[in-house]
Design a protein around this ligand. Structure first.
Ligand code: ADP
Ligand code: MG
Length: 886
């Protein structure tokens, strides 16, 4: 079918797909086709069914060991008269474990699925005889789509018209050079995608030119869909942090299992305990000490981070970027539209016949000024329409909109001008050359060429002192932070056969305009926040140095001692020289998109993690090269969004800084979960091994260990992922992504916690068994159970804030409070309610034991808080010494 499509003339194509180039499809037909064919979307890999999900959770180490414990206890029940409580309790814990795992995974996946809906891809179509912008998922076969530079092709389509069109098809063919396309029918039947010159394919990118095309295939029927079908079978990618933590979990699981084996050997060999009961204890210990919830906590924290970033206008396109954005040391940001408001208005004007004029004060334009505005208007593509609701609808680039506004102010419109000078051709604006040109008809003999753009790039005919005078005005505008645009023209006497590109020389300068584009209000604060967080902000702009410098100073990017580089100066430097200067440079002016990639690699060669913004098609390579590529949601092209890791829905620099803060919070929450889980796990190992080794026997039985594992580790740890950020996250230097998880005191804190709990639990057990009673193990056991379970829940509050504990640490995370309260109630119920006591081998405590238990519960928290005080004191002392030495 596709082969046919390439050979048919357009008329027959339109007949075949029952559509029309001018009117497009109508709404009823679109609905009918959408119902028949479905959405234009790649279908997801099939979700595993319930049984497969259960299977998956049963297959992790903790569940397998638990299953072994269930089998063992069933065997025990059958062979001895121990009864069936043990297998039932352990079996229930196994079920609970699998259920919690499934619930957690489900909530992580839901958060991620919600995100996909946020990153919509829009496309222009003709429907009901009107041009309109629609969500690309709503496309149907037969739709007429309009493509322009920067569009991402949303479906497979046959070209109906194409002017100067080239398309990057690397995603399908691997060919990185864009291919030229035309609408002509082909004579032969091409097999390869690369040879189908009059077709465009879903997922490819328009790099140049314009086209209209008829959609021939959508969704999974497209060429991309066929590949996606294959990709669905490959495995989900994990982020670097997930990989590291998975390795950590395997190591710890090894340690846990080794601990279980040791307990088993000690029990049977040294004390001659029964084989089965030693095995039971060994297995339970292994289960309790495996930090099986850690990987899922990481996934949930990442998913939660992505959700929070979306609320703050940053859409993450790759989950791994959530981690990387927190490690960033340099943010290289575009000026126009990201640091500034992109609301340009022309305030100053300079025409060759007079001096600088302030637009506000001009009552009537002089002849030369009027000519200047006319020529600017003719060479402009933007439009402002007023709709029925009296709302202004702006179409086009903000620089050009400023020109349109100036024309309106003096009673001109582009439509009127173009009646006198119809446009014949256009050489479009491009950020590399920084000018654009249009060609107009004057009469049968004469044509008018207009070139507008950066003053130093305009091919001006130099007569008298005109250049010097213009330069003076230009620099004055620049120092006032104005963006400057120059315009020149030339009358071509005869019909020339030269192309519009070749005609652009020796134009007569008419004058300049200067426009303000005020910085965004939030930007200065965001830059200083970034600075406090050890992140350098640099400005990248196509504007002139003077303009760039003036704005950079205003918002705190250009400080004393910083230098400025222009694109021309960069060309003089080789990569090594550039790398040598990069750290001192905070403004890059008059650069083109190609220079951005060099800026990224220069920083990276200095070991920096770089975030870089971009909006155009030619920004895509730099966005890919950056550690975090950031595209603009409003002004950005679809291609730049496709290349980016993150999209700003508000185009705002401050949003990047907010995302950094969220990224760091996610990392910190994951570390807190590691600290919370691992410390107690080690304590449990030490407690059991030590106690058995000195002949006290196992101080906790299997059911108790397992219950503590589920209630006191799993539930609270899960809610740590929702912990809001601490203020201090943006007061620290970025953490290197290569640094160990245990750096920055985490290892020390884990150790302190493990030691505290080991000593505390051993002490309580001994006190209960020998101190309060005359060797009654069950009293010691019951006290130990309460202290271990409740103590490790309480000290989550000390772990979750790095700052000293305060009332606000209790208020900040309600979900955690609820989860903890529930877990604590269950623990108390098991310790107090007689039937439950019996199930878990606990006894009623004498009254004297309760005050001891309650005090002991708070000991780990107190120790951690003391440790914070000491560490802070040392840190303060060090920085004090450092100041004194300076
Ligand atoms: P930026 O990245 O800051 O937007 P650009 O590369 O887009 O910089 O623009 C650089 C210069 O090109 C501007 O200072 C202006 O002189 C000129 N320019 C910008 N937009 C247009 C346009 N639409 N037509 C002609 N010249 C333009
Ligand atoms: Mg621009």
């Amino acid at each position: 079918m596709k082969q046919n499509d390439t050979q048919l003339p357009i008329k027959e194509m339109l007949a075949k797909y029952e559509t029309d180039l001018q009117t497009g499809l109508n709404t009823t037909e679109v609905t009918r086709r959408n119902l028949a064919d479905g959405d234009n979307a790649l279908s997801e890999a099939k979700k595993p069914n319930l049984l497969q999900q259960i299977g998956k959770h049963m297959a992790d180490i903790a569940s397998l060991v638990l299953l072994f414990a269930v089998i063992l206890s069933v065997y025990l029940a059958l062979t001895t008269d121990g009864g069936w409580t043990k297998p039932i309790v352990i079996g229930s814990i196994l079920v609970l474990n699998v259920l919690i795992g499934m619930y957690q995974e489900h909530s992580a996946e839901q958060a991620l699925a919600a995100l996909k809906k946020l990153s919509v891809h829009e496309i222009q179509v003709i429907r009901d005889s009107k041009k309109q912008l629609i969500d690309a998922t709503n496309l149907v076969v037969g739709d007429i789509i309009l493509l322009e530079p920067g569009s991402q092709v949303p479906a497979d389509a046959r070209l109906a018209t194409a002017s100067n069109l080239s398309v990057d098809e690397a995603i399908l063919t691997g060919e990185s050079v864009p291919v030229n396309k035309s609408a002509e029918p082909l004579t032969v039947d091409p097999e390869a995608i690369g040879d189908q010159q009059n077709m465009v394919f879903s997922g490819t990118a328009v790099t140049q030119g314009n086209a209209t095309a008829i959609v021939t295939a959508i969704g999974m029927n497209t060429e991309l869909g066929k590949i996606a079908g294959m990709l669905n079978k490959t495995k989900k990618q994990q982020t670097p942090l997930q990989n590291r933590l998975n390795r950590l979990v395997s190591t710890l699981s090894g340690v846990a299992i080794a601990g279980g084996v040791i307990i088993f050997l000690l029990g049977t060999l040294m004390h001659g305990d029964s084989l089965i009961s030693s095995l039971m204890i060994g297995v339970s210990l292994a289960v309790a000490a495996v930090p099986e919830t850690l990987p899922i906590i990481v996934t949930i924290s990442l998913a939660h981070g992505v959700k929070k970033m979306a609320k703050r206008n940053a859409i993450m396109r790759r989950v791994s970027a959530v981690e990387t954005i927190g490690n960033v040391n340099v943010i290289a940001s575009d000026k126009t539209g990201t640091l500034t408001q992109n609301k340009m208005s022309i305030t100053r004007l300079w025409a060759t016949d007079g001096g600088v004029a302030s637009v506000k004060q001009i009552a009537k334009l002089s002849e030369q000024q009027s000519k200047l505005v006319t020529m600017f208007g003719l060479a402009t593509n933007a439009e402002i329409e007023v709709n029925k609701q009296d709302e202004e609808i702006e179409m086009g680039d903000s620089t050009e909109l400023a020109i349109v506004r100036l024309m309106y102010k003096f009673g001109m419109t582009r439509d009127k001008l173009e009646i006198n000078y119809p446009r014949l051709a256009e050489d479009p604006f491009d950020s590399s050359k920084k000018t654009m040109a249009t060609l107009h008809k004057i009469d049968d003999q004469k044509q008018l060429l207009i070139v507008k753009g950066a003053f130093d790039r305009l091919p001006i005919k130099r007569e008298g002192d005109i250049y010097e005078r213009a330069k003076e005005a230009h620099d004055e505008f620049g120092r006032e932070a104005l963006r400057v645009l120059a315009v020149g023209y030339k009358v071509i006497e005869q019909d020339s056969t030269k192309s519009i590109e070749a005609l652009q020389d020796e134009v007569e300068l008419l004058g300049l305009v200067g426009m303000i584009d005020p910085p965004r209000d939030e930007v200065a604060a965001a830059i200083s926040e970034a600075q406090g967080a050890g992140i350098r902000t640099v400005m990248i702009t196509g504007d002139h140095v003077e303009t760039a410098k003036a704005i950079a100073k205003k918002i705190g990017i250009l400080c004393q001692g910083d230098s400025v580089l222009t694109g021309a100066e960069m060309k003089q430097l080789d990569d090594e020289q550039l790398a040598g200067q990069i750290a001192d440079t905070s403004v890059f002016a008059r650069v083109s998109p190609e220079d951005k990639i060099r800026i990224v690699s220069a920083w990276q060669s200095q070991g920096a993690v770089v975030a870089m913004t971009g909006d155009g098609v030619n920004d895509a390579p730099a966005l890919k090269a950056a550690n975090v590529g950031i595209a603009m949601g409003i002004t950005g092209t679809e291609v730049s969004k496709g290349a980016a890791d993150m999209v700003l829905t508000d185009d705002n620099f401050a949003t990047i800084v907010a995302a950094v803060s969220e990224g760091r919070t996610v990392y910190q929450n994951i570390l807190k979960a590691v600290e919370f889980l691992i410390g107690v796990n080690f304590a449990q190992l030490f407690l059991m091994i030590f106690s058995v080794a000195i002949g006290w026997g196992a101080p906790l039985i299997a059911e108790q260990l397992l219950l503590i594992n589920v209630l006191a580790d799993g539930i609270p740890g899960f809610y740590l992922s929702r912990e809001p950020g601490e203020r201090a996250v943006m007061k620290q230097k970025p953490i290197s992504k290569w640094s160990s998880i245990f750096a920055n005191g985490l290892g020390q804190r884990v150790a302190i916690r493990a030691v505290t709990f080991t000593i505390l639990t051993l002490g309580i057990y001994a006190l209960g068994r020998f101190g309060l009673m005359d060797n009654v193990p069950s009293i010691g056991m019951s006290m130990l159970f309460l202290v271990l379970a409740l103590g490790s829940m309480i000290d989550i509050y000390a772990i979750k804030t790095r700052e000293p504990l305060s009332l606000s640490s209790f208020k900040s995370n309600r979900a955690l409070n609820m989860g903890l309260a529930l877990a604590a109630l269950l623990v108390l119920a098991v310790a107090i309610v007689p039937p439950l006591q019996q199930l878990f081998g606990l006894v009623t405590l004498p009254a004297v034991a309760w005050p001891i238990v309650i005090v002991a519960m708070f000991v780990p928290t107190i120790v951690l808080e003391l440790n914070k005080q000491i560490v802070n004191r040392i840190r303060l002392n060090r920085s004090y010494q450092a100041i004194q030495e300076d």
